[in-house]
Write a protein that binds this ligand. Structure first.
Ligand code: AMP
Length: 312
């Protein structure tokens, strides 16, 4: 079953305690598509400017990513710059230059209009809704990401989009803000009344939590024993940029590749999401995903299974 992603394709400038890169390929849809393509075929809808070269596009070549929906417009590609603090758990946005992204109107090529699985990355909720209006059949799963900016500025539009969303994937601060509840289980119950049937709360270095059918399931962020530098897990995190979108790519890619959407499969999807995110943070930008092999994903997933097992 194919998977559609709509979101940003960008150039990023990133500064972490491990180094600084002035311009590298990024964007939510880019991280998502590359990660998900390890599991299924991905259709990508986004926009880039005329500074986006064939070399930049080569990240998608040789992968199961269809770029027919990647529009090219006159002007510059979306640019984002961010800096991480010493312990990497806080980041400051230094620049957001929308450029061609400012006039982005997602248009689904005909072949994408029957996508069974859809991931709406973090964009204006009205644009997210416009994607759903272009889909011919009711998709099996619609998952959505959003951020504080839209929760604060476009609450009505976001509520409308949430009515058609099956899985909401946001961080803990956004969960609390959207629900006005501090306790995450209460927050989830509130969010379920808005439309979603499942909530995935991304918690950075603390992993992620799934709430589904009134049950919670947590996965760690990455396996400590896999870390080559012993002792402190953070020593191996070089750049957390894109971890959330990579998580979403692993999660949705896995879900799209299996027929059942049971609680068991959702839990497996959480593990694959976490595994994919754990690779992204090991190097700057997309560098680790570029060289990643399927066998490495399975080794790490098995490791997760062992790591989280216990008996009573
Ligand atoms: P994450 O670290 O998972 O939150 O994703 C970071 C990616 O999102 C970067 O590659 C940015 O290019 C992209 N990004 C940052 N701000 C925005 C925004 N306002 N809208 C869409 N994409 C963004």
């Amino acid at each position: 079953m194919s998977l559609l992603v709509v979101g940003s394709v960008a150039f990023d400038a990133v500064e972490t305690p491990f180094g600084k890169v002035d311009r590298m390929l990024g964007g939510a849809a880019t991280y998502f598509a590359v990660a998900a393509s390890f599991f299924t075929h991905v259709n990508l809808v986004g926009i880039v400017g005329d500074d986006f070269t064939e070399k930049d596009a080569s990240i998608f070549h040789g992968r199961r990513v269809d770029t027919l929906g990647l529009e090219r417009a006159a002007g510059k590609t979306f640019f984002w710059a961010g800096r991480y603090n010493e312990n990497m758990n806080e980041r400051t946005t230094l620049a957001t230059e929308l450029n061609v992204f400012a006039d982005f109107k997602p248009r689904l090529p005909e072949a994408y209009q029957s996508s069974g699985h859809i991931f709406l990355a973090n964009i204006h909720p009205t644009l997210q809704s416009s994607v759903l209006h272009q889909v011919k059949r009711r998709p099996k799963i619609v998952a959505l990401d959003t951020m504080n900016y839209w929760i604060e500025r476009t609450p009505k539009e976001l509520r409308e989009t949430l009515r058609h969303t099956d899985i909401l994937m946001i961080n803990d601060a956004e969960t609390r803000q959207l629900s006005s509840e501090h306790n995450l289980m209460r927050a989830a119950r509130h969010i379920f009344k808005l439309g979603p049937k499942a909530l995935v709360i991304k918690r950075g270095e603390y992993g992620a939590m799934l709430v589904h059918q009134n049950r919670a399931f947590s996965v760690p962020a990455f396996p400590l024993e896999e870390v080559h530098v012993p002792a402190f897990p953070l020593e191996e995190v070089h750049d957390p940029t894109g971890a959330g979108d990579t998580f979403a790519g692993g999660f949705m890619g896995y879900l799209a590749s299996v027929r059942s959407k049971s609680d068991v499969e959702l839990r497996r999807a959480m593990v694959y999401g976490s595994v994919m995110g754990s690779f992204t943070v090991e190097k700057f930008g997309l560098d680790r995903l570029r060289t990643l092999k399927r066998s490495e994903i399975h080794v790490r997933a098995r490791h997760f299974a062992k790591m989280t097992q216990f008996s009573l």
